[in-house]
Design a protein. Sequence first.
Length: 151
Amino acid sequence: MQTTHPLLRFSAIAALLSLGACGQEEASAPATLPRTVSPDGASVFFITPADGDTVSSPVRIEFGIDGMIVVRAGTKKAHSGHHHLLVDAGLPDLGMPIPADAAHIHFGDASTSTELGLDPGEHTLQLLLGDHLHIPHDPPLVSQRIAITVE
C-alpha cells in the first residue's frame, strides 16, 4: 500500500482551496487556511551562528525558542510548533503551508539543530515556526534574518 507524505496532502488541500475547488470555476482571491494563535512574547532565534559570522561548511546551526515548545509536525498542542529554516529566501505566504524545498527546510521531527552544507559566499538564514500543519502561527514566529559568510 502506498502512502502519501503528510506535507504533500496538506499542500494538495491548500492548492485545491486556492483554486476554488468547492464548485467555483475561478477563485477571486487566494484562500488562506486557519492559523494557530501564538502567545504574546513568544519568539524564535538563532543560538548559532550569529549575524555577520564567517563560518565553514558544513555550518552548525542551532535554533532557539522562547514562550513555546517544539513538537513533531502533526502534533496539535497549544503553544507548540516546529522549526523551518529559510535559506537565501524571503518569507513565504504566511496564510499557507510553508513550502518544502532547498530554500525552505522543514524540521518536522522536532529538531532544534542541524549541519547544513552551503557553498562559499554570502548567505541569509531565517527561522519560521510552523504549526502541526506547517502553517505559520498568528502572529507568525519569525527570527531576525541573519547574514553569514561561508569560507
